[in-house]
Design a protein around this ligand. Structure first.
Ligand code: NDP
Length: 331
């Protein structure tokens, strides 16, 4: 028989936006009840993503308070709501996307949960889901990367960055990687990048011109935002695409669309959610990601596993550019 569920749990909430001091670790939060279409998950590993810091600082305003951060986790289903589609049941080991994952238990939408295949370790799956799906949808949908394309990836040793390097290598593109330290560039190289540029002191545009024979790159995947956006446009080939998908250095200021005429450039600002809004899209991309992990032997790098109560240190580390790959929380 299954264990009775506790009434209270550990979790992290905020009651206002600000620095890491607004993160409140609690031990007496109510365990949520799964509603229609939801599952209750006991989380084993909770993924940290840069977006968590945007909600903490208020760059993306939380909808109400108290607000619980977190967008993904891995764990075991311990209860289901009245109507749980997609064949999920109590006892299943899953990865999922949801809000409010910085906790022991999360009531998550079944539509964004999927069983972990037997060939993949749960820790690997937990570290892969959100950032892997982001990279995969970027190279398929934001700009469908072709074999032989030159592509520029900023912050290439970050969570999404290392995924981009590996997936781009797997599809036969040639990656130019930027990062702020030699150690980070070395990781990008191991992940498959061909050209390495330290953007804290090297001339990125000159190096891109040199390796592409002054043609520029077919696409730039830019999660850095404010600090790199103009550079990204400058490095494009004629008819190239800048996918501006994040704001690690701050939000990109408004853009005069007349600037795109110089190269007939395309600029888009994609979100993962709008590429996987339907169950069909979510399953298709997640299964494809699992296939890449198994068949192409993707190296899913975990930077560090932090205890849930040390969440402030984890936020300081990712915002302080001290991390590479995935940060996980252990509730
Ligand atoms: P990362 O692990 O990539 O961490 C951010 C990295 O950005 C740092 O390691 C750092 O690398 C670089 N960076 C450059 N300038 C700054 C700065 N001023 N402050 C802090 N970091 C800086 O994080 P994630 O992989 O979680 O996310 C990467 C980006 O992708 C984020 O912008 C995030 O919002 C975005 N994202 C967007 C999604 C979407 O749906 N649109 C989904 C998932 C992520 P370095 O030291 O090498 O410069």
């Amino acid at each position: 028989a299954s264990q009775p569920l506790p009434k209270t749990m550990k979790g992290v909430i905020i009651e206002k936006t600000g620095g890491t001091e607004v993160l409140q670790y609690k031990t007496d939060l109510a365990v949520p009840e799964p509603k229609d279409g939801q599952i209750l998950v006991k989380n084993d590993y909770v993924g940290i993503n840069y977006i968590d810091t945007y909600f903490r600082t208020g760059l993306y305003p939380p909808p109400s308070y108290p607000y619980m951060l977190g967008r993904e986790a891995e764990g075991t289903i311990v209860a289901t709501g009245p109507d749980t589609p997609h064949g999920l049941k109590t006892g299943d080991r899953i990865v999922y996307l949801s809000e409010a994952t910085y906790a022991e238990y999360t009531a998550a939408p079944a539509a964004k949960a999927i069983k972990i295949p037997s060939g993949i370790e749960p820790t690997i799956a937990s570290a892969a889901l959100l950032q892997g799906l982001t990279a995969l949808t970027l190279i398929r949908e934001a700009y469908h990367v072709q074999k032989g394309d030159w592509v520029l990836v900023h912050a290439a040793a970050g969570g999404v960055g290392l995924w981009l390097c590996q997936l781009l290598a797997a599809v036969g593109a040639k990656t130019i990687a930027t990062a702020s330290t030699p150690e980070k560039l070395e990781l990008a190289k191991k992940a498959g990048a061909e050209v390495l540029i330290n953007y804290s002191h090297e001339d990125v545009k000159a190096k891109v011109d040199e390796v592409t024979n002054k043609q520029g790159v077919a696409a730039v995947f830019d999660g850095v935002g404010k600090a790199t956006f103009d550079l990204s446009l400058d490095c494009l080939a004629r008819k190239g695409t800048v996918a501006s998908f994040g704001n690690a250095s701050g939000a990109v200021p408004p853009l005069a669309i007349s600037r795109l005429g110089a190269k007939n450039a395309k600029v888009l600002r994609p979100t993962l959610f709008n590429y996987i809004a339907t169950r069909e899209e979510f399953e298709q991309y997640t299964n494809e990601l699992f296939d890449f992990i198994v068949k192409d032997k993707m190296d899913v790098r975990v930077h560090k596993v932090y205890d849930l109560k040390d969440v402030a240190t984890a936020h300081e580390d990712i915002e302080g550019r001290k991390t590479t790959g995935k940060l996980l929380l252990k509730p």
